[in-house]
Design a binder for this molecule. Structure first.
Ligand code: LLP
Length: 421
């Protein structure tokens, strides 16, 4: 459920007409709903009620500080994967002891920053990384809290580019070697081993892969405990999928996911962390764009819109489907017609949708890409020297620009020309 609904024939973001934001900030832009962000966070938090837990929002999904602060004020922790994300979370007001640091390639510098400024735990992904965390911690006279990410060799049944839990993926240590690796970690004085981490992929639309992975984690917890490790925290990653189309069968709900967690792991008495990103931010955001031209091609019509692949890369990168709607609600009985919806970038891959049924549209009409809140703005680029587009946050009847559109001068003046030219 989200808070982008038609009212009196016009699409609203909560209580603000989308067209009013477009008039104020220009197109294209991203707009997020505070109520949807909070609702989705709350669904997870409620799903784990009765267990000691922390919902660490995977901020890679949408990392604007206004979004982070909104969630942090509701009690969320953060899952970060780089020094930049760590610093951003801190700048948004998230305390270090609510930040978990994931990622396969943390550098010594990143580790030092997080250890110095405070971190809940590092989710360690390899033995060489473990050795570096140990060395940095000893150098700082600190002890680094860690979990070790295990790769359970489970098929997440999602797009290959976002599956992470199979043995051929680069993530975690093979679960079969866990005993050995935990023994290695326990022998390092700069580390305190507190738990186990697992994340098997993103946009999972079934619970079964989670069940298989969490059952393996439960077994491993008991085994490691019997080997003398004080396993007291389980980080279960993110990955629960969202409905990208209204017609599709809906993925499982957070409450069902929470029940699965309790069923498979509840008996262990561990503190539970989860790292949802997409489910919190995905349907909390729209990408709003304007039709530049309607072009009649051979046997098909193109809607050439002012958003492009640099603003929303998901269709080009993962063949992802985003529902696209007209901001002016089509009158009942309007005959739909198929369009190829494309951006202005000079690549055929700059195609958002082929033969998509839309109401008849003309130059100057606004359209909105649904489910664009996660992995939208954060994956954008300035390809074709197209400025990063503004982000807007709505809360009830108010809205604020939370990242302004840069000027062309700001972009162009970042280049420096060597003196020999
Ligand atoms: N934790 C870890 C360690 C992760 O790698 C990820 C996502 C998450 C949590 C959050 O997963 P979520 O709840 O959002 O599924 N750019 C791709 C998605 C990449 C996901 C990467 N890792 C897309 O646009 O579909």
């Amino acid at each position: 459920m989200d808070h982008f609904l038609y009212r009196d024939g016009a699409l609203y973001a909560e209580d603000v007409p989308v067209s009013e934001i477009a008039a104020a900030v220009g197109t294209p832009f991203y707009v997020y709903s505070t109520a949807t962000l909070l609702r989705h966070f709350q669904l997870f938090d409620d799903a784990l009620e009765g267990t000691d837990h922390l919902v660490c929002y995977a901020m890679k999904a949408a990392s604007n500080q206004a979004i982070l602060r909104t969630l942090a004020q509701a009690g969320a922790g953060m899952d970060v994967v780089s020094e930049g994300e760590y610093r951003r979370a801190r700048a948004a007001g998230v305390p270090g002891d609510k930040i978990v640091f994931s990622g396969v390639g943390k550098t010594a510098r990143e580790i030092r920053t997080a250890l110095t400024d405070g971190i809940r735990q590092f989710n360690v992904e390899s033995e060489p990384e473990m050795d570096v965390i140990n060395a940095v911690a000893l150098d700082l006279g600190l002890v680094a809290p860690i979990t070790i990410r295990v790769n359970p060799d489970v098929d997440a049944k999602t797009h290959a580019k976002i599956a992470t839990g199979k043995s051929e993926n680069k993530f975690g240590i093979p679960i079969s070697r866990a005993s050995e690796v935990y023994a290695h970690a326990a022998a390092l004085p700069g580390l305190e081993v507190i738990g186990i981490d697992v994340h098997i992929g993103s946009q999972l639309t079934e619970l079964e892969p989670f069940r298989l992975a969490y059952e393996k984690v439960a077994e491993l917890t008991e085994q490691l405990r019997s080997e003398g490790h004080n396993i007291r925290r389980l980080d279960l990653g993110g990955g629960l999928g969202i409905p990208y189309t209204r017609s599709n069968e809906a993925p499982p709900l957070p409450v069902e996911y929470g029940k699965l967690i309790k069923d498979t792991l509840g008996h262990l008495g561990c503190e539970i962390e989860i790292e949802p990103g997409r489910l919190i931010a995905g349907n909390a955001g729209l990408l709003v764009s304007d039709v530049i031209y309607v072009k009649s091609g051979e046997g098909r019509d193109f809607l050439i819109v002012d958003a492009a692949m640099n603003d929303l890369i998901r269709p080009a990168m993962y063949e992802a489907h985003h529902d696209i709607v007209a901001v002016n609600e089509p009158a009942p009985g309007t005959e739909m017609q198929p369009y190829d919806i494309v951006g202005p970038v000079c690549e055929s891959g700059d195609t958002f949708a082929k033969q998509r049924n839309m109401p008849p549209l003309k130059s100057g009409d606004l359209i909105a890409f649904r489910s664009a809140g996660a992995y939208g703005a954060v994956m954008s680029s300035e390809y074709n020297t197209r400025p990063l587009i503004p982000e807007v946050l709505v809360n009830g009847d108010q809205f604020a620009v939370i990242r302004p559109r840069p000027t062309f001068d700001e972009i162009i003046n970042r280049d420096t020309i060597p003196e020999w030219l």
